[in-house]
Design a protein around this ligand. Structure first.
Ligand SMILES: [Zn+2]
Length: 79
């Protein structure tokens, strides 16, 4: 488990597999004790998360559209 999560939080015992997750944790749990550099890392991580979320939404929409037309096509063939 320790090998899978090489990044640790400097303020508590939590460990993370990605720096982005550590930065998000810092912003959530230690926002009152962060240095300027750590605050910047938190802001960057939040922007990345928003970007990841937009990508996920697009993929989910594409999957739904694909599924819809897949069923429509199957219906036109077999009904
Ligand atoms: Zn922590």
């Amino acid at each position: 488990m320790t090998d899978d999560a090489p990044i640790s939080c400097p303020y508590c015992d939590q460990r993370f597999a990605r720096e982005q997750w550590q930065a998000l944790h810092l912003g959530l749990d230690h926002s009152d004790v962060l240095s300027e550099k750590e605050r910047e890392a938190v802001a960057v991580a939040r922007e990345e998360e928003v970007a990841d979320l937009k990508t996920f939404r697009l993929k989910a929409l594409a999957a739904l559209v694909f599924l819809y037309f897949g069923f429509l096509f199957a219906y036109s063939l077999f009904a």
